[in-house]
Design a binder for this molecule. Sequence first.
Ligand SMILES: Cc1ncc(COP(=O)(O)O)c(C=O)c1O
Length: 391
Amino acid sequence: MKFEDIKIESQAAFMPTYARYDFAPVRGQGATLYDENSKDFIDFTSGIGVNALGYGHPAWVKAVGEQAASLQHISNLYYAPAQTKLAKKLVEASGFAGVFLANSGAEANECAIKLARKYSFDKYGQGRGKIVSLENSFHGRTLSTLKATGQEDFHKYFYPFPQGFAYTPPNDIEALKNALTPDVCALIIEIIQGEGGVLPLDSDFIKAARRLTHERDILLIMDEVQTGLGRTGKLFAWEYIGQKPDVLTAAKGLGNGLPIGACLCSEELKNVLGPGDHGSTFGGNPIASAGATVVLDSLTEEFMADVMAKGQLLGRMLAEIPIVEEVRGMGLMLGIKLKNIKAKDLAAKCLQEGLLVLTAKENLRLLPPLNISREEIETGMQRLKKAAGSI
Ligand SMILES: Cc1ncc(COP(=O)(O)O)c(C=O)c1O
């Protein structure tokens, strides 16, 4: 099917919720995508931080294919070996005690919010259900996670929202002390605000958040939907600061393209949500679980050291481009502040040159597959330089 036909049919059928680029890849290999004319595009986006192992990863393709051929879904009424295998590996690798498997980042966060409210209800009764999040955060598109998202722009048309959410500015410890009032049951933070512009939180702020939440018996939820699963060069980004949360949410890179999310919790919280308190028809689907197990198995120390090294390489190459003002982030999660150029304009130029990049607010954002090769990085950077030079 020709691109123009795909575009016309797509626009006719869909609610227009996405401002799509004029691009319809038909296949991928490694960190490279191909259109219907076999033109190649280096992918510095991995489907917004999802395709951790890139395209056509042999072990992932095999595991997913075999699971699809044997048993695709049985619901959560029964035990599913593929799901159990993933859950066991997830809790072992992360050092948490229990996990709930969902389908997305927003769903993982919904679980975290419900878990925090139930923990508080069981211990203190009603009236302690408030969730505090940070300004400029992003936690999802369901009504609760949207409300937890500290960006008013996302809220404007969708009132009324569920009650019990409040915001505090990032990196302001005094404001945080005041925001964690006696009616608060949880604080939710991203270690690096991804959608907000790839802005890492100060480690002093994270340490204060951990100390204050401990002191006040408030749960600390870390939303690692974007930063998790090796993206920053550690299994989870909290490990850099050594401040373990009570609850951690993950999604994106976990499934390498299949929908799956996880809400992990400490031993103390493991039995807070009992039968009937929470659930999902599709959550932890065996095919997605089989794929996610391959992702987890791939995230060895050596693999993640290479993620760090490639992130540093990209950072050095980016710093040499005249339009780059600042490079932020960790591992292969990079945000680039540009001089006098709109990120959206540069992203459009990059596409013309055969490179996919993301934007986050006024920044360029790079989230390439974690196993991107150095050759693909080199080619992608040449294309980025050409695109920057042509604006
Ligand atoms: C930090 C964070 N939390 C939650 C979400 C929502 O994830 P999903 O789109 O899978 O619901 C995102 C998505 O970008 C995210 O970056």
